[in-house]
Design a protein around this ligand. Structure first.
Ligand SMILES: [Zn+2]
Length: 552
């Protein structure tokens, strides 16, 4: 026997051996007497699961699974409670949101006076001259029925510069001292692709600043987050996500700094969800030069797609549409990158083996993005590129057919109908039947995901289910009833489809032997719940990789 053979045999033995430990292993934990929705077609219901280390060792009836127990196995009686796979938020901004929660005033309040009070309170604790920062402000959700003004902000906080981000992320609101510190006044011209709002009668600044004009302030506000702050931000948002049943999330506009924050948080035991970290295209060259691409990492922290942006936002009414916004005959929204720019960046990423995720809300933007993807795949075919359409909000039959043909993945907003109902009228009843079009996607065999886009949208998975199943907002208005899906479908969308979108359907997204033990214990069964109260179903416990990440 020559050396080559023996080496091959040795490796063969190792490979065979590595298959056995899972089978011979005794479970650390058994959950039994449950109503387990597995999202596995070969056995959609189970009573019990056995877990060894971070994986499911067995899934089945109580008697089958209990037989595997050793003296050391911990057993938990679920008392008939419903269990689903952990939810996957396929498009959110958690690391960024965590930092904001750490440092900024949460302006998600129902009146301008309540926002003023919160800003005043923060200013009292902030040295004069230092910025008071806010986020999650929403002009459509305050009882005054008008946007914040410079006067509102000056009245609340005269001695500190103030900068408040709109919930959608495309506009900010600034006070007088803030404008002064950023060197912006009434005579400052609007930069290309941006707007410094002025009162049409007086020419005075209103306080609102849109799109690229935000850069004046990004330069003026010190970015003094330490490495530890970034880790703390991930720790904070981890707890917020875990308590709602989320076990995985895509960081949809990530950076190398976010990757480091995730790795740091994972090492310190503070990361409670699996992060698929997109990389902003500004870092594409550096990442390619370093030899990195989509998939690098492990089950907890993984490099995701390269992120490109084609148009504006739905919540702030800047998505690029083929027909104008309701009541605004000349307003079609905006494109932020040209087709050629998308193609140039996209080609580089595609050839280097990256998945691509392009922000495309309006039908014009989706058409443009699809043309780029189709061209890339035609010129340089790649096996299984899983092109992603981030948001993919307003569609039509021909776009659906092209998305299906290319195997592209839409990540539509899951909670917008329910949570942002007051903005839906800008799109009109007819168009709403083609927005967040889950019914159309699923009927065409397209694997759409659950996605919050938090902070712009709420991330609660039970709210996503209600929004998708009822297409009804908080006040009872129905928007796009044609796109309703069933609760069962909504759970699939929020679990296995999310896993597919990050090439991880073989390791998570359903409760199956060998997959990661990510699950949620719910207070009530969503399949038996009145659809109009799905959002009230409490999450009792969340588990990721065999470890409880939340217990009520
Ligand atoms: Zn986003």
């Amino acid at each position: 026997m020559n050396q080559g053979t023996s080496r091959r045999e040795f490796l063969g033995t190792l490979a065979a051996f590595s298959l056995f430990p899972l089978e011979q292993e005794k479970p650390d934990l058994i959950l039994h007497n449950g109503n387990i929705l597995t999202v596995n077609d070969r056995g959609p219901h189970a009573q019990a699961v056995a877990i060894a280390r971070d994986r499911f060792l067995a899934v089945g009836s109580d008697s089958e699974v209990m037989n595997l127990a050793s003296a050391a196995t911990k057993k938990i009686d679920l008392g008939g409670k419903t269990v689903s796979p952990g939810f996957i938020d396929a498009h959110a901004h958690p690391a960024e949101a965590g930092l904001m929660h750490l440092r900024m005033v949460d302006c998600d309040r129902r009146s301008i006076s309540a926002i003023q009070a919160a800003l005043r309170e923060r200013a009292a604790k902030t040295p004069p001259g230092e910025w008071v920062l806010g986020f999650k402000y929403d002009d459509t959700k305050t009882e005054e029925g008008r946007p914040l003004t410079v006067a509102d902000l000056d009245g609340a906080v005269p001695d500190h510069p103030v900068h408040i981000r709109h919930r959608g992320g495309h506009t900010v609101y600034v006070n007088s001292l803030g404008f002064r510190m950023a060197g912006v006044d009434e005579k400052t011209p609007d930069p290309p692709g941006g707007k410094i709002d002025r009162d049409p009668a007086t020419g005075k600044l209103t306080g609102r600043v849109a799109e690229s004009a935000q850069e004046f302030f990004e330069k003026a506000i010190p970015q003094n987050f330490s490495r530890d702050d970034h880790r703390e931000g991930v720790k904070l948002i981890s707890k917020m996500l875990a308590r709602t049943g989320i076990t995985s999330a895509t960081e949809a506009q990530g950076t190398p700094t976010d990757l480091r924050a995730y790795q740091d948080a994972h090492e310190s035991g503070d990361l409670l969800y699996r992060a698929y970290c997109f990389i902003n295209f500004h870092f594409l060259d550096a990442m390619i030069a370093a030899g990195n691409r989509t998939g690098l990492g492990n089950e907890w922290v993984r490099v995701g797609a390269i992120k490109l942006v084609c148009d504006g936002s739905i919540s702030e009414r800047t998505a690029r549409l083929s027909t104008p916004y309701e009541g605004r005959p000349n307003d079609y929204g905006i494109l932020v990158m040209t087709e050629e720019e998308l193609y140039t960046h996209g080609r580089k990423a595609h050839l280097a083996g990256w998945q691509i995720g392009t922000h495309a809300n309006g039908d014009v933007a989706i058409d443009t993005t699809m043309r780029v993807y189709e061209r890339l795949q035609k010129e340089s075919p790649r096996r299984d590129p899983r092109f992603r359409l981030e948001h993919c909000t307003v569609v039509n039959d021909s776009l659906i057919a092209r998305i299906k043909a290319l195997g592209a993945i839409p990540t539509p907003f899951s909670t917008y109908v329910y949570y942002h109902g007051e903005k839906m009228r800008y799109y009109g009843a007819e168009r709403l039947n083609h927005m967040f079009a889950l019914r159309s996607f699923l009927d065409a065999g397209i694997r759409a995901t659950q996605a919050s886009d938090y902070p712009p949208g709420e991330f609660i998975p039970m709210m996503a289910l209600q929004s998708e199943v009822t297409r009804t907002d908080m006040k009872g208005n129905v928007w796009g009833a044609m796109q309703r899906i069933t609760v069962e479908e909504a759970i699939r969308v929020g679990t296995i489809n999310g896993a597919y979108a990050s090439y991880e359907e073989n390791i998570k997204g359903s409760i199956e032997v060998g997959k990661l033990a990510d699950l949620v214990v719910l207070g009530r069964d969503p399949l038996k719940e009145n659809p109009s109260t799905l959002v009230t179903i409490p999450v009792e416990r969340t588990m990721a990789g065999g470890r409880w990440t939340f217990e009520s």
